[in-house]
Design a protein around this ligand. Structure first.
Ligand SMILES: [Cu+2]
Length: 122
């Protein structure tokens, strides 16, 4: 059991860049059927960024129930904030350990609305 827990802990450490560390900077993002604002973000490598994501509308809710929007940074970050409903703000802290350009998107509605953006880690 202890070995299993240890494995679980180490897996979550290596596969996830989410952190509980103090943020170095805060970035507020709005998401709606018009996309993310801002959709082009630059941060410094190694910083802990607190992303505050606010949904301005209900996204694709009409067809799929009230699921809201997502904020998903693709791998290797692989950070997902789900079900941000109209008027809600959800937060996630991410340690920007990988340099490069990384897409973030809303898997719910990016095929319909322009809900895509890029984070440049310099
Ligand atoms: Cu969406």
């Amino acid at each position: 059991m202890r070995v299993f827990l240890l494995l679980l802990v180490s897996l979550s450490v290596f596969s996830c860049t989410k952190t509980e560390e103090k943020p170095d900077t805060i970035i507020s993002i709005e998401v709606s059927k018009d996309g993310y604002k801002p959709s082009d973000i630059t941060v410094s490598r190694g910083q802990v960024v607190l992303f505050k994501v606010t949904a301005l509308d209900e996204g694709i809710s009409a067809a799929f129930g009230n699921v809201g929007h997502c904020f998903y940074i693709l791998p290797p970050y692989d950070v997902m904030v789900k079900n941000i409903k109209k008027g809600q703000t959800k937060e996630v802290k991410v340690k920007m350990v990988y340099p490069g350009d990384f897409v973030f998107t809303c898997p719910y509605c990016s095929g319909i609305f322009p809900t895509n953006g890029v984070i440049h880690v310099r």
